[in-house]
Ligand binder design. Structure first.
Ligand SMILES: *Cc1c(COP(=O)(O)O)cnc(C)c1O
Length: 468
């Protein structure tokens, strides 16, 4: 399988190449040259498989020759063995037609574990084969840092330094990062806010000699391998509800458009997903685009669902490329103008193609709290604020066809956002038993001022300690 850039100016690469590159050199995002398709009989034959086997079968065509079938199978088995539910991604029924696809049973209680647990292993394997090492540096306000740490802990070829703003993450989030007892993981509490952390990370990447010396890498959400690893859970849910003989709809609370793009990719592979409902909080660029072809960036406004607080949806470029009939020159032109003008000039015909499949819905914090309360009163279900955006979107945009079930991506465990859940329901959701000792575990982190030289010195010492 070869991969092309959405902007058409980068050389095609194989799976390992796109895994390690992340972004293409022309600024575009990688997509497979052609979509692998399964026949209805082939989909039927996947029903009832353990999740790790389903994942290995569906990822096989994307991985190509980069891994043997045996290596990939061992990797998916290992990646999902640490999840806290035997089904890995169980379905919970919330209403006659609405089902929550629980993507939060991984080590950090959010859906990013499904992709990152596999991607960490893929990275390590590729680096070992090439005899290379990388240093992952990242800034986090909470969720992404812990998922990256859990994905990379104890990996031989990877060192990780995560910067968080001192005293500004929730205690659960901080402890999920700082209590991981692995020699290749380091946490830095920066005396500043999240933007200061992000600026320091950007400055490290912009420091070319330092970047080369440390072989700096990011595990960000534009990496194709992350999207690919999110396809199998939509297949698991649809197959359980009767696909390929019964179509389904999905409702996905999203910011960067990554998780809903994976659902769309499952459709391209032949899974009958008939409708895509996109849930946003008050940072509603996607809802505005789908309602009125208004894809214009606005400043980020913090909400109760912080992992969807974004100004622009970076993965949308992949859908745009497809909506334009894979015209890379047109995609590059539109993205350049978006960058310059802050508004994406999507041609009317492409927008209509999008709205034929996708529907948007935006919910503010008050609506989110009401939805959490309603779910608890009606079915005793505790939903986190991100998931609640998805269930509210499913209700508000319920497809007309009464036989169509709606699968809502439940992206975080309620215990990850206990304050909002308690406010809405009066119930403080407990951590799952396997994490109940989180508050008793020893924390390790260093505190530094927002000073580039000091931070680079720290990264250098940390990466070197683990070299060789
Ligand atoms: C990251 C995240 C999202 C948004 O994911 P996208 O990649 O933007 O689709 C939603 N919910 C939770 C809990 C997250 O951590």
């Amino acid at each position: 399988m070869r991969y092309l850039s959405t902007r058409g100016q980068a050389a095609p690469r194989d799976f390992e190449g796109v895994l390690l590159a992340g972004l293409a050199e022309d600024g575009g995002l990688f997509l497979p040259e052609s979509w692998p398709e399964l026949s209805p009989a082939e989909w039927r034959a996947l029903r009832g498989l353990p999740y790790h086997e389903l994942a290995a079968r569906l990822l096989r065509p994307f991985v190509g020759d980069s891994l043997t079938a045996g290596e990939l199978g061992a990797m998916t088995r290992d990646a999902y063995a640490g999840f806290g539910h035997p089904a890995v991604v169980p379905l919970a029924q919330l209403d006659t037609r609405i089902f929550a696809l629980e993507l939060f049973h991984g080590p950090t209680l959010a859906f990013k574990d499904l992709a990152l647990q596999l991607v960490g292993r893929l990275f390590d394997h590729a680096l070992a084969r090439r005899g290379e090492r990388i240093t992952v540096v990242g800034a986090t306000s909470g969720d992404t840092g812990s998922a990256a740490i859990e994905a990379c802990r104890d990996r031989a070829a990877i060192d990780v330094v995560i910067l968080h703003p001192e005293g500004r993450t929730s205690e659960v989030q901080r402890r999920q990062m700082t209590t991981v007892p692995a020699a290749n993981i380091a946490n830095l509490a920066i005396q500043g806010d999240f933007d200061d952390c992000q600026d320091l990370v950007k400055a490290m990447f912009a420091d070319a000699p330092f970047r080369a010396e440390m072989n700096l890498a990011a595990v960000n959400s534009i990496n194709w391998a992350r999207i690919a690893a999110q396809i199998p859970y939509y297949a698991a849910a649809a197959l359980a509800l009767g696909a390929p003989d019964r179509p389904v709809a999905v409702s996905v609370p999203t910011g960067n458009f990554g998780n809903v793009l994976a659902a769309w990719a499952a459709r391209r592979m032949g899974l009958p997903i008939e409708r895509f409902i996109v849930g946003s909080n008050r940072n509603d660029i996607l809802a505005r685009f789908l309602a009125a072809n208004d894809m214009s960036a606005r400043p980020v406004d913090p909400s109760l669902s912080p992992s969807m607080d974004i100004a622009v949806s970076s993965n949308f470029e992949r859908l745009l490329f497809e909506l334009l009939g894979r015209d890379a020159a047109a995609t590059a032109d539109i993205m350049t103008r978006f960058r310059a003008e802050g508004r994406m000039p999507v041609p009317d015909a492409a927008w209509r193609r999008a709205t034929a499949l996708f529907d948007g819905f935006a919910l503010d914090d008050q609506g989110t709290l009401e939805e959490i309360g309603q779910l608890y009163r009606e079915c005793g279900y505790l939903a986190d604020p991100h998931t609640a955006v998805g269930t509210a979107a499913a209700r508000a945009r319920l497809p007309a066809d009464p036989s169509l079930p709606v699968v809502v991506a439940a992206t975080a465990h309620p215990a990850k956002f206990p304050d909002a859940v308690e406010r809405a329901t009066g119930v403080r959701p407990p951590l799952p038993p396997r994490m109940a000792d989180l508050y008793g575990r020893e924390e390790r982190f260093s505190v530094l001022p927002r000073d580039l030289a000091a931070v680079e010195g720290f990264v250098r010492r940390h990466a070197r300690r683990n070299a060789g």
